[in-house]
Design a protein around this ligand. Structure first.
Ligand code: URA
Length: 484
């Protein structure tokens, strides 16, 4: 028996060189005892374990490209049996070139299953890495660290994904199976196992707010949820400790939801009468004040949306706020409360601005459209996007708010706000995260709407978008300071 010891860090080259030499020397699969260096601390990588150079006459073994592709993935698996499995397949492929297409073959099934595990682990890594900001910004770049515990040797193959997606920040992903680091110029991969750093910070609270906001007890499918977010990843996910409680309370929440009556607005004529009763008594509010504007907007009938909404949800914030945030339209909870951004999107908004060090009481927060547009469905009121016509009608109020508050910086949250503020109907992606000079010497900054973040089903995209949203908010804070 010949013992071959490999480092086994998921690199094709190392195994391929060994397999080539062994095959060229005619050493059969059953004659080799493949070992992994980490599991064999006392054994050095012995050159004498390798066979002598092949006789020149021996024909080198060849394989189809599909085998190389499969081997590249299988070698990332952490099972030591991967080396012998691939070597056996290498030999068998010399007799049967179509072997990899035999779906019932035991070796093929095993190799494909290992490859699947590796793909899955890599996918989970892209979804569940949670970056935490560390240290000061240097050379204008912010620094982040993340901790992840992969099952397999996937750091090397997943690192380019993070390099592409998080190119504009410095980061280190530490794992017990090595690390990857990016500094804006170089991607450094190390096989050295890392220790878990202590990374708890304010971001954890953000993930928790986000997760509880998107959790819908009526849609809970425990099995599907655990397949998407398996328990083994929970310990490094700040939001995970909420899950058992959310699952446990889901049933009673659904019962309570079903028992609750639909949120109904008053019938139209009654609402008009109520609005008329609420008209300010003489003497009138001083013209040109936000209070007067709010009172006027309370009886707005400029478009049909007033007919089904409970009330006008006007903007709120200081009369001389330097920064105005503009959303799309009030949601179900805002319609009832009569205040903007108090529902799930508002909670996420509050959390992110607080984390960025922005005080909401300094902001003027409003919407492009001031009435809740929805479609009744059973007992629920389902949000409907306002049409451009409705946005244009409501611009009357937004323009008056802008004229009174005179913010230096305006933040458009989402495409509707952008269209209301600029008449731009293009892709949000093209302008988001950019500060633009607009008329009146003002600056416009475009970000996504927090409701968009709450609706993203894909874990990976969600993590990316959340990070970007937080970065945008930090940028806004910088602009606020610059314009102060
Ligand atoms: N979405 C908005 O655009 N505005 C709100 O006030 C609430 C949710």
């Amino acid at each position: 028996m010949r013992r071959v010891v490999l480092a086994g860090r998921g690199e094709l080259g190392e195994w391929r060189d060994a397999a080539r030499a062994l095959a060229a020397a005619g050493i059969l699969p059953e004659e080799i005892d493949w070992r992994e260096k980490s599991a064999e601390a006392d054994l050095s990588f012995q050159r004498d374990a390798m066979p002598p150079a092949p006789a020149a006459s021996r024909k080198p073994m060849t394989v189809p490209p599909a085998f190389i592709e499969l081997a590249e993935t299988v070698l990332c698996h952490s099972d030591t049996a991967r080396f012998s499995l691939l070597y056996r397949l290498l030999w068998r492929l010399q007799l049967d070139r179509q072997l990899l297409e035999v779906n019932s073959d035991e070796d093929v099934v095993r190799a494909r299953s290992m490859a699947k595990n590796v793909h899955r682990d890599a996918h989970k890594m892209t979804a569940f890495v949670r970056f935490k900001e560390v240290g000061a910004v240097s050379a204008g770049r912010r620094k982040f660290i993340a901790w992840f515990e992969p099952d397999h040797h996937i750091v090397r193959r997943t690192a380019p994904f993070f390099q592409r997606r998080f190119n504009d920040m410095d980061w280190l992903i530490a794992t017990p199976k090595g690390s990857a680091a990016w500094d804006g110029e170089r991607l450094t991969i190390s096989d050295e196992p890392c220790e878990k750093p202590n990374l708890s910070d304010a971001t954890d609270e953000l993930w928790r707010t986000y997760y509880s906001s998107i959790f819908n007890p009526a849609r809970l499918k425990v099995k599907a949820m655990q397949a998407e977010m398996p328990k083994k990843y929970w310990k490094n996910l700040p939001e995970a400790d909420l899950i058992p409680g959310l699952i446990a309370s889901a049933e009673s929440k659904v019962r309570a939801m079903a028992a609750r009556e639909a949120t109904q607005s008053l019938p139209f004529h009654e609402r008009l009468q109520q609005a008329a009763r609420n008209l300010p008594a003489e003497p009138e509010l001083p013209a040109g004040t936000l209070e007067a504007l709010r009172a006027e907007a309370a009886v707005c009938m400029r478009c049909p949306l007033h007919a089904n909404a409970t009330q006008t949800v006007f903007g709120e914030g200081p009369r001389d706020a330097a920064v105005m945030f503009v959303g799309e339209q009030p949601g179900d909870q805002e319609d009832i409360a009569g205040r903007p951004f108090v529902g799930p999107a508002g909670k996420l908004f509050d959390q992110v601005i607080a984390e960025a060090g922005i005080d909401r009481s300094m902001l003027y927060v409003t919407n492009a459209v001031k009435h809740f547009k929805y479609e009744p469905r059973g007992k629920r009121r389902i949000h409907q996007k306002p049409t451009m016509g409705e946005v244009k009608q409501c611009r009357w109020w937004l323009d008056l708010e802008l004229a009174l508050v005179k913010p230096k910086l305006i933040v458009a949250m989402g495409a509707t706000a952008l269209a209301a503020l600029t008449d731009v109907t293009g892709r949000l992606q093209d302008v988001r995260g950019k500060a633009m000079a607009i008329e009146g010497g003002r600056t416009l900054f475009v970000i996504v709407h927090p409701s968009y973040l709450l609706r993203i089903p894909d874990e990976r995209l969600k993590a990316e978008e959340m990070l970007r949203f937080r970065q945008d908010m930090m940028e806004i804070r910088g602009l606020m300071k610059a314009t102060a």
